[in-house]
Design a protein around this ligand. Structure first.
Ligand SMILES: NC(=O)c1ccc[n+]([C@@H]2O[C@H](COP(=O)([O-])OP(=O)(O)OC[C@H]3O[C@@H](n4cnc5c(N)ncnc54)[C@H](OP(=O)(O)O)[C@@H]3O)[C@@H](O)[C@H]2O)c1
Length: 258
């Protein structure tokens, strides 16, 4: 599959670290020009510099997806610099932990502003541009939403996060249906637990270790475990895949202990 994305332009939200920075590297290695976006500009600049240093094409841009009105202008900047966008990885996300009895209105809103509202408006703004530029008609328009096993599995103490990720899964199917004839494919990946900033503190605790040891394979996943799905959904092999919500979780969401 190497270089199968040559000529494509990918935007990755939440690319200042964790999975987003990894996705940007993988898409760049496959030949795409990548735009790394997040609120922490210094970090996305570092990652973009590393990709460029390795021979890829990359740019960095500050983007807060909770500020929905700023998404369109940011995508315009990407198109001016790199050309028409063909791939959007809607990856930016926040944890939203907090017991339901204690959760504040502000915490609930923050989770939904980033995980749902941000995903919807980034998809909308990207799809408009993919259709207008002819990328969609060419069959290259791909939106990949990063959902979670929380989309379909109750994670105790994370009701707001689970509700937000269930919304991402349904948005994926709704947008895929609405845009199928327009040529924009919309799919989601539901990863299991991978150690990143979003959960690193938790997995250092006794509770976190206990949770990990209860997973069928007694381990966390690695970011690279998502590469095959990411490349399949981004590239020519994914031509007929739309409205699909793919769980890649090392069996973590399978029921039963032992
Ligand atoms: N790690 C896992 O186990 C796991 C499992 C399933 C799903 N996921 C999902 O995977 C995605 C990436 O998570 P991660 O594990 O890589 O976590 P992470 O290391 O905490 O990264 C989260 C990213 O989202 C960005 N972000 C947060 N708020 C943002 C905002 N308002 N606007 C733009 N970017 C924002 C952060 O960048 P800035 O702070 O610089 O803005 C950061 O780059 C999330 O959607 C998460 O829910 C993760």
């Amino acid at each position: 599959m190497e270089q199968s994305l040559k000529g494509q332009v990918a935007v990755i939200t939440g690319a200042s670290g964790g999975l987003g920075a990894h996705f940007a590297r993988v898409l760049a290695e496959a030949g795409a020009a990548v735009a790394l976006t997040a609120r922490r500009l210094d970090l996305v600049e570092n990652h973009a510099g590393e990709i460029a240093g390795a021979g890829g094409t990359a740019m960095a841009l500050r983007l807060d997806v909770a500020d929905a009105a700023s998404i369109g202008p940011a995508l315009d900047e990407v198109e001016t610099a790199l050309g028409p966008i063909s791939i959007l990885v809607n990856n930016a996300g926040v944890g939203g932990e907090g017991l339901a009895l204690d959760l504040s209105i502000e915490d609930w809103d923050r989770t939904f502003d980033v995980n749902v509202r941000g995903v919807f408006f980034a998809a909308q703004q990207a799809a408009k541009r993919m259709i207008a530029s002819g990328v969609a008609e060419r069959g290259d328009a791909r939106i990949i939403n990063i959902a979670s096993i929380a989309s379909h599995t109750v994670l105790p103490g994370l009701s707001a996060y689970c509700a937000s990720k269930a919304s991402v899964a349904m948005l994926t199917r709704g947008l895929a249906r609405e845009w199928a004839r327009r040529g924009v494919a919309v799919n989601a990946i539901c990863p299991g637990y991978i150690e990143t900033d979003i959960n690193a503190d938790w997995f250092k605790t006794e509770g976190g270790q206990k949770q990990m040891k209860a997973f069928p394979r007694r381990r966390l996943m690695e970011a690279g475990d998502l590469d095959a799905a990411l490349l399949m959904l981004s590239g020519p092999a994914g031509r007929a895949i739309t409205g699909t919500v793919i769980t890649i979780d090392d069996g973590q969401s399978l029921p039963g202990g032992g």
